[in-house]
Ligand binder design. Sequence first.
Ligand SMILES: NC(=O)c1ccc[n+]([C@@H]2O[C@H](COP(=O)([O-])OP(=O)(O)OC[C@H]3O[C@@H](n4cnc5c(N)ncnc54)[C@H](O)[C@@H]3O)[C@@H](O)[C@H]2O)c1
Length: 334
Amino acid sequence: MSRFKIVLVGLGRMGRVHAAALIKSQSVDVVAVADQSSASIESAREMFPGAAMYSDYRQALRHAGAHGCLIASPTPLHPEMVQQALANYLHVLCEKPLALDVDLARQLAEQAKSRQLLLQIGHWRRFSPPWQKAKRLVDAGVIGDLLMIRLSQWDANSPPASFCDVSVSGGLAIDCGVHEYDLAEWFFGAPVKAVRAWNLPLVERSLKSVGDVDNLCAVLEFADARTAFVDLSRNCRYGDDVRTEILGSQGAVFVDLLPTGRTRLATKDGVVEVEGSQVADATAAGVENQLESFVSAAISGNFDDLPDGRASARSTEIGHAVTSAAKSAKRMTV
Ligand SMILES: NC(=O)c1ccc[n+]([C@@H]2O[C@H](COP(=O)([O-])OP(=O)(O)OC[C@H]3O[C@@H](n4cnc5c(N)ncnc54)[C@H](O)[C@@H]3O)[C@@H](O)[C@H]2O)c1
């Protein structure tokens, strides 16, 4: 079967992670790359020697024969790029968040649906082996009824203030938080009802001028007092770390990203590492599996159970509530 032809838009920090997955994949051909930066285009020429290079993403999205596109450009550009891609009948894998404006994200999701196109968002944790193993254990009832989840995303160092700017990234509560809210609702299989949150003292002073914070904690309330605790850091110094700890009535499941990706199951019989869960780079593995899921769903037309435009709108909506709760010291319903 011929390969899925894809256009890559944006070859920056996250675009390079996607590029590694695209190069490794046996299911895709990168037929075009678009980036405004000539340095990125130079690297793209080495990575994808057969692909056409564009400085104008509109032209790239019209590249003849393309089936889909992968958008890894700065967040404020996602809506117009996604709109263009859908108008050209391309399936879209877009980085998170789809749009900072929740209504706009929902409109884009509807637009994709009405054209029977897949609009998938880069919530890679759902595709990473340690989280997939955890989800299977939870869904099989191995730890009983879920009670609480702790979700940490601690990044090594803050990106530049120009990236963190709340009008660009959405700020920490959205930029990083969306992954964790998405996971919390995915594991509980239920919606968050209300949130409380607070910002910690600023570490990176340059973030003040762009309205961002670098450390925050949030409590997400679910029905029946079930709870998710989310803590986010832009500057833990030791590495980009993610941990998820799930407590049920009969035990717990722990997911680690560092020093190696793995899942542990804790029951009355002890704590054991789950077979097949260990992966040296669980981020890269998640991004690779995410790409393969995108391609096979786009080809088959079955878009069920994927983090789509509506999922991105939902996690962004929770992110806005977290931002408001932290600012106002009030409990916010979602
Ligand atoms: N899923 C994750 O874990 C994760 C991690 C980091 C970033 N991201 C997301 O990825 C996206 C990009 O973030 P980043 O850190 O890679 O940013 P970045 O600034 O490093 O890269 C953006 C790239 O887009 C290019 N670009 C800018 N304007 C363009 C245009 N008009 N046409 C074509 N290319 C253009 C830039 O030249 C740059 O190469 C953001 O939406 C961010 O939220 C996701």
